[in-house]
Design a protein around this ligand. Structure first.
Ligand SMILES: Nc1ncnc2c1ncn2[C@@H]1O[C@H](COP(=O)(O)OP(=O)(O)O)[C@@H](O)[C@H]1O
Ligand SMILES: [Mg+2]
Length: 249
């Protein structure tokens, strides 16, 4: 206890303290102690689908609930690393570790990293290549962010085929679409819903809307809930994290 308090005080002085909401080891939720953490990969070869936005936010939500989280940036462009750097530059506390691992050895490294974490979140690469295959070998759950249009659902077909292929060897691999950038106040169109219904995996009930706070907060190295606590965006991310935890149970 004393050690933790001293460490917290030292961190506060040096400006590296965790944000208020983050729990210390003493008050962590009952975690996954003794078991390797779960690996969640956000994959879709289409750029702009929301992999980085959802990966950084999902990791943040899990970390704020007291879980030990590591985010692996598997995109050679390093957007999640940029986000973490902006966070540091802006004096925001460190929420979770972000490491660049855009290598085909991801499937060997991620399970090792998961030994020291409750969740490892992989922010996927923009192409279907060896890197995406490697992420699939490591993942317990794949989330495929898609914008709510039939075109965007169809555009993920390569990733869907790759997941189906991976499931032959790893039947325990779970997968789901996550609707991202739904226009606020609308339901997703009939065409998009029909396109989703034709897919081998379901779409999560938890949908994420198109909201300026997501774009603004990511650019500022923050999370939506830090930019605007208790906002609708924050509630959507909380629901997403809840759905993810249920899928991994
Ligand atoms: N739900 C959302 N609301 C508003 N802007 C979003 C949302 N999701 C993603 N964006 C924006 O769209 C762009 C692409 O998102 P990003 O997460 O980087 O996609 P990817 O990692 O799949 O390429 C970014 O500028 C991001 O801020
Ligand atoms: Mg990205």
């Amino acid at each position: 206890m004393e050690v933790t308090r001293a460490r917290t005080e030292a961190a506060q002085k040096s400006g590296t303290a965790l944000p208020e909401a983050v729990r210390t080891p003493e008050n962590r939720l009952p975690g996954r102690q003794g078991q390797p953490g779960k690996v969640i990969a956000l994959l879709n070869q289409k750029g702009g689908a929301g992999k980085t936005t959802l990966a950084t936010h999902l990791a943040g939500e899990l970390a704020m609930a007291g879980s030990r989280v590591t985010l692996l940036d598997a995109d050679p462009q390093g957007s999640a690393l940029d986000w973490a750097q902006r966070r540091l530059q802006n004096g925001q506390g460190r929420l979770y570790g972000v490491f660049g691992l855009a290598r085909d050895s991801l499937h060997q490294e991620a399970p090792q990293i998961a030994l020291e974490a409750d969740y490892v979140v992989i922010d996927g690469p923009p192409r279907v290549a060896a890197l995406a295959r490697s992420a699939l070998l490591a993942a317990d759950l794949v989330l495929i962010p898609v914008q709510p249009s039939a075109y965007d659902v169809w555009a993920s077909h390569e990733m869907v085929a790759l997941i189906a292929e991976a499931r032959v060897f790893r039947p325990q691999l779970r997968a789901a679409f996550v609707i991202n950038r739904r226009v606020v106040g609308t339901v997703i169109g009939r065409e998009a819903r029909a396109a989703l219904a034709d897919q081998p995996f379901a779409a999560l009930q938890a949908e994420v809307s198109q909201r300026i706070v997501f774009a603004d907060s990511v650019a500022a190295g923050r999370l939506a809930c830090e930019a605007a606590p208790k906002c609708a965006a924050a509630r959507e991310i909380a629901a997403l994290a809840q759905a993810v935890q249920e899928m991994l149970r």
